[in-house]
Design a protein around this ligand. Structure first.
Ligand code: NAP
Ligand code: ZN
Length: 352
């Protein structure tokens, strides 16, 4: 079925508006599978990219890198999967396999990596993502969805979930209960709360308003909730946290958040505001604090998270919508009106 014609929803320009787009999948190779897409999560990065905010987009562009699909065809060299398997695809569809990063299960940092969409594929074409009826993916970039997980729940783990899980793995084996801060309670942030709690950390949500307090404490199980504009609460939080996972997608001052960290504390930035962030050097110097970043997770991290999620019986808060709602979903995500991840029911939508 090489080169089969499929329908996706694509952006044509930086307005970020999506509409139906018919295109040919790339030729399948011996190590590829063809997936029928079932569900695909909607990440804030999709919005940044289709608007050319953090990378120049190659239009027409079909976004989507939280893809759960069913294998409908296998290349001759694919031995570890079979037709009918339910698998996931995250942010990458290829890496060199040969460099230090690839050999250390950090292929997301390989400098030849190919992103699931808006990447340049081996045949020179632009890769297209999971807001589409089907995809062709190399077998090494698939994860298995555990039977216990529903495909729509699994979708949001493939980017939002693993983006929170991958940097938090560094704390495993730490004997004392860590004090965590999750800055920004959106798609990635709410995964951060659930995962950090499941790892046994004490979790404080740091939010821009009071609106999500009850949900954070009652439904997501956070231990504390702090509104970043509340001067009194901010003062009390000084030197109280071991780490903060910063998921905010817009420019925000780092001083307040750095002040929350204990000496040796870590600010882990995963949110990707399109413009530069600033901080005062003495704030990190005088507290031996670290500012670091983290990008999605490896295939190994992603499989580990899916298994961890199933074993712990965790449930994220998602809103499943049809494809014709996607522009509205972007609009709502932008005005911070999503609890907490939109997941597109791709197979259940009329894509035409
Ligand atoms: P999201 O669902 O829109 O959540 C962002 C959260 O940030 C909001 O829920 C909100 O939480 C807070 N926020 C504060 N000020 C805001 C503002 N002016 N506008 C919107 N939100 C604001 O986004 P997401 O999908 O979680 O993604 C978050 C960021 O992480 C994006 O920049 C995305 O590109 C990036 N990302 C990075 C990676 C990676 O690999 N590093 C992976 C996935 C996503 P409160 O209401 O609690 O303030
Ligand atoms: Zn590599």
């Amino acid at each position: 079925m090489a080169g089969r014609r499929v329908i996706g929803w694509a952006a044509r320009d930086p307005s970020g508006h999506l509409s139906p787009y018919s295109f040919n999948l790339r030729q399948t190779r011996a190590e590829d599978v063809v997936l029928k897409v079932l569900y695909c999560g909607v990440d804030h990065t999709d919005l940044h990219i289709i608007r050319s905010e953090i990378a120049s987009a190659s239009y027409p562009l079909v976004p989507g890198h939280e893809v759960v699909g069913e294998i409908v065809e296998l290349g001759a060299e694919v031995k570890n999967f079979k037709v009918g398997d339910i698998v996931g695809v995250g942010g990458l569809v290829w890496s060199c396999g040969d460099c230090f990063c690839c050999k250390s299960n950090m292929e997301q940092y390989c400098n030849q990596r190919i992103f699931t969409y808006n990447g340049v594929d081996l045949d020179g074409r632009t890769t297209q993502g999971g807001y589409s009826s089907a995809m062709v993916v190399h077998k090494n970039f698939l994860v298995r969805i555990p039977d216990k997980l529903s495909p729509e729940q699994a979708a949001a783990l493939l980017c939002a979930g693993v983006t929170a899980y991958s940097p938090l793995r560094q704390f495993s084996g730490c004997n004392e209960p860590l004090k965590a801060g999750i800055l920004g309670l959106g798609g990635v942030g709410h995964m951060g709360v659930l995962i950090a709690k499941a790892m046994g950390h004490h979790v404080t949500v740091i939010s821009s308003s009071d609106k999500k307090r009850e949900e954070a404490l009652k439904h997501l199980g956070a231990d504390a909730f702090l509104v970043s504009s509340d001067v009194e609460e901010v003062e009390k939080a000084t030197n109280s946290l071991d780490y903060i996972l910063d998921t905010v997608p817009v420019v925000h001052p780092l001083e307040t958040y750095l002040s929350f960290l204990k000496p040796n504390g870590k600010l882990i930035i995963v949110g990707a505001p399109p413009n530069p962030l600033q901080f005062i050097a003495s704030q990190i110097i005088t507290g031996k604090k670290t500012i670091s970043g983290s990008f999605i997770g490896s295939i190994e991290d992603t499989q580990e998270l899916l298994d961890f999620w199933a074993k712990k019986g965790l449930t994220s808060m998602i809103e499943v919508v049809k494809m014709d709602y996607v522009n509205k979903a972007f609009e709502r995500m932008e005005r911070n009106d999503v609890r907490y991840r939109f997941v597109l029911d791709v197979a259940g939508s009329n894509l035409e």
